[in-house]
Design a protein around this ligand. Structure first.
Ligand code: ADP
Length: 381
């Protein structure tokens, strides 16, 4: 079939779907998106948008029947429908079997353990009562981190418990419990893997976290790590991609702990927040790379063209309502600054409303500009 006739279905129409659609549009590829509202970010740039529920069996089946290749921008999709579509010969990348492993953090962590992927120790509990019992009997030591097995996203579904008083914050749901790691650095490597198992990884990024929102504040590339640490992290990420047998992108978030160990925190089988900067900073963007991988095209060069910083634009605290972008023009006075406004109508505190990538020959200069942007560009209502 002619590549430009292929209908590429995407489950999810948020910002990742939007940027995937922008990339597809440049290449003249046909993308169809399924999400519940055409007003979502991807609806702005993708004409072929079907309103429906990507968690619903009937909607995913119906949508998938009309596509040739199906991919995702979120893991929380209807897997039963995807498995049926796969058995009928539809190409689904990442494969439903891979989504199934990653979607549930307890399955994901067990997979790491079984495949000797370095990760923090953990145990799985069915709910709050079981966790409290395990604390009582000494099986869980405070401080620890609770991660909801299902449905966590953007820091929701993760609860750090530092002291006894914080036990009241425990979520009553099936959870992975792991010791609180003494994190020196948070890192991410995005691997692309094609149908034949060829892999190309993007240069590692380092993330600076906002502990209050539990969200990435900004990230930068190249990281401050040694070359050996970067190589080691890339080997771990590629090993995980091979073990999973994934086709498409795998974003692997890792911790470098105080003792210098690299531990896999979690992985996402799709384009990822930690790869937004690749649009302007790398020879091939993560979005184009994902399309290349799932369509059987040659994987693109992933080299970094310049140092870069990516700042997430989060809804300002205290504002809920129709979004306005204060300080936008001032930020555009700086060179090498690329704002991406996702087009969400309503802002809420900490909602991801956009991001800004800053490219400069020198990382130090890019970080200075990023600070200016963080201080001056605000999403208010
Ligand atoms: P999400 O799925 O919401 O992205 P993560 O598993 O990435 O959740 O956790 C969010 C953040 O919580 C991490 O980036 C890290 O800052 C912190 N965190 C997660 N696990 C641990 C841990 N074991 N020890 C210390 N901090 C952790």
């Amino acid at each position: 079939m002619d590549l430009h006739q292929v209908k590429i279905g995407v489950l999810g129409g948020g910002q990742l779907g939007k940027m995937l659609a922008q990339s597809a549009s440049r290449l003249g590829l046909h993308l169809r998106i399924l999400d519940s509202d055409k007003q979502f970010p991807a609806g702005i740039v993708c004409r072929d948008f079907l309103e429906g529920d990507f968690r619903g069996f009937d909607d995913v089946l119906f949508f998938g029947e009309g596509c040739d290749v199906i991919t995702i921008e979120i893991e929380d999709v209807n897997l039963d429908a995807l498995k049926i579509l796969e058995s009928k010969g539809k190409k689904i990348f990442p494969q439903p079997s891979v989504i199934e492993i990653i979607k549930d953090k307890s399955v994901q962590k067990t997979f790491y353990q079984e495949h000797q992927i370095p990760t923090a120790e953990f145990n799985i509990y069915e709910g709050k009562a079981e966790i409290l019992n395990a604390i009582e009997s000494g099986d869980i030591a405070i401080p620890f981190v609770q991660k909801a097995a299902l449905g966590g996203y953007d820091g929701r579904g993760v609860q750090v418990v530092n002291c006894v008083e914080e036990l009241e914050l425990l979520m009553d749901t099936k959870s992975v419990i792991e010791p609180k790691v003494n994190i020196d650095k948070e890192l991410a490597v995005i691997v692309s893997r094609d149908v034949d198992g060829n892999m190309k990884s993007f240069p590692m990024v380092e993330m600076a976290f906002d502990p209050q929102a539990n969200l990435v504040n900004y990230l930068f590339c190249p990281s401050h790590c040694t070359e050996k640490q970067q190589n080691d992290a890339t080997v771990i990420a590629e090993n995980l991609a091979s073990r999973l047998g994934i086709v498409g992108l795998l974003a692997v978030e890792m911790f470098l702990d105080d003792d210098g160990n690299i531990l896999v925190n979690e992985a996402a089988p799709r384009p990822h927040n930690s790869g937004h900067h690749t649009i302007e900073a790398c020879v091939t963007s993560q979005y184009e790379q994902h399309l290349r991988a799932i369509l059987g095209l040659p994987l693109g060069e992933t080299t970094l063209k310049s140092a870069s910083v990516m700042v997430n634009l989060l809804g300002e605290a205290g504002y809920t309502g129709k979004a306005r972008y204060q300080g936008f023009a001032e930020c555009l006075e700086l060179s090498g600054v690329y704002p991406h406004i996702y087009g969400k109508e309503i802002t809420k505190p900490n909602r991801k409303m956009g991001h800004v990538t800053i490219c400069d020959e020198k990382l130090k200069v890019a970080l200075q500009k990023a600070n200016f942007i963080k201080e001056n560009l605000k999403v208010i209502s």
